[in-house]
Design a protein around this ligand. Sequence first.
Ligand code: ADQ
Length: 484
Amino acid sequence: MSRLIVVSNRVAPIQEGKPSAGGLAIGVLDALKETGGVWFGWSGEIVGEAGAPVVEKGGKVTYATVGLTRRDYDQYYRGFSNATLWPTFHYRNDLSRFDREEYAGYMRVNANLATKLKTFLKPDDIIWVHDYHMLPFAQELRKLGVANPIGFFLHIPFPVPEMMRTVPPHEELIAAMCQYDVVGFQTDADKQSFIDYVERTGRGHFNDDDGMLQAFGRMLKVGAYPIGIYPDAIAKAAEQFANRKQVKSLRDSMRGRKLIMSVDRLDYSKGLVERFQAFERLLLNAPGWHGRVSLVQIAPPTRSDVQTYQRIRQNLEGEAGRINGRFAQLDWTPIQYLNRKYERNLLMALFRLSQVGYVTPLRDGMNLVAKEYVASQDPADPGALVLSQFAGAADQLPGALVVNPFDLSQMSEALERALSMPLAERQARHADMMVPLRENNLSVWRDSFLSDLRSVATATSVTEKTVKTVRQGATEAKRPAAKA
Ligand code: ADQ
C-alpha cells in the first residue's frame, strides 16, 4: 500500500502521561499510529534561519519537522492564519484583520514547506494535508510538479460565501483549494458553504450524484467527513483513572454537590463568557442550587501572543471573579476556573465524575470534547450533555440537550434540566449517543477520507483530458457571477 504523508502546521507527538495537544493532533496521530507513515510540519520552534527538516522516528511514525523564522511565524502563523482566517472562519470577522504582508508571508511559508516536503516524496505516496494554515499547500506542490494524490481536511468550520468574501484574497484561496484531489469538511453545512461559494461565483459546478466538483479547471471530490474518537478506549481510560489523586480530591471537595464540567482551549470561539453568564443566570433564577452545584472550567491559554487571546483571558477572569464574588459562600465557590492543561486520560475521569458536560462554543468545526464527555460516562449512571447547536458535533449527538449559545436563558434552563434529569432519561440519551460514536469512530473518519483520496486520484488521472474538455464547455456556459 502507498505510504501516507500527513502535513499539518504543527507536528505534535503526544507522549503518554503528558498533557494532550489539541483536537487535530489527537486525530492525526491516532490515525498515523495505525497505518504508519510520515508526519511533516512545523516543529513549534522559532529559529534564526530555516534549515532542512529534522527527521525522527517514533514507532511506525516518522516525524519530519522544520523551524520557522520569527518573520514567518509572525506573518504566516500569528498573522494570516490566526488573525485573519481563524476569526473569519468562526464567523468573527469583527475580530479579523487583513494585512497584505502577512498574506504574502502565509503564501511564502506554504511554498517553502512544499519545497522541503518534495525532497521526501516518492511517486506513489498519498499526501493528506490538514487545516486552515495550509489552504494553498497543494497548489505549491503542483507548481513543483508533484502529481501525487493530495487531500485536504478542514478541521474548523467553512463560512458561508458572504463571510468568505470578507477575506480579501478569497478567490485565490478557493482556487488554490481546488488543486487538491479531495477537500473534506466536518459537516454537510461546511461542505455546502464551499460548494455555494464556487457555484454562486460561477466558477464551477458540483455533481451531487458522485460528489465531484468541477472548478478552476480541476475535478475534485468534496465531502463531509466528521471526525470521531475511539469511544470504548475513552470509556476504559475514564474508568481506570477514576482513582487518581486529582480525581479523588475533586470528588472529596464536591461533598455531594453536583458538578458541571467544561474543558476547552481558551479561545473566543468557545463561548466561555456566555457560558459563565448562563451559569450565573441559573444561580439567579434558581437559588435552590446555591451551594449545591459548581462549574469547573478547564481552559489553558493558547496563542497567547495574539492580542485578541489576551483580551479574552482578561475578560473571562473578570467574569469568573465577578460571579464568584456575587454568589460564593465560605464553603462554596460557584466557578472554579483552571488555566492549565491536563493529561487526557485524567480529563476523561473528571468527565465521568461530573453530572453535566457543558460544551457551548459559538462556532466549532466538530468539538471532540463533547464526544469525549459522552464516551467517558458510566452507562449505569451517566451525566447529561448540554451542547451548542453551532458545534459540528450537534449533528451527531442526538441525546444532547442542544442549545443556542447566544440565548443565555435557554442555556440556563438546559443546565437546570440536565442537573435534574431522571436516571432513566440519562441512560436512554447516553445509549442513543454511543451508537453514532461507535459507528463513526476515528478509524471511519480516516478510512473514508483516505479511500476517497485513493479512488478519486486514480479516476482523475485517467479522465484528466476529458475534464479539460468538459471544463472548456462549462466556461462557455458559465453562469453570471454573483454580486460580491
Ligand atoms: P480544537 O479547537 O482544539 O480542535 P476540540 O475538538 O474540542 O477543539 O479538541 C480539543 C482536544 O484537546 C480534545 O481532545 C480535548 O480533550 C483536548 N483538551 C482540551 N482542553 C484540554 C486541557 N485543558 N488539557 C488537556 N487536553 C485538553 C480543532 C477544531 C475542532 C475539531 C478538532 C478536531 O477547532 O472543532 O473538533 O480540531 O478536528
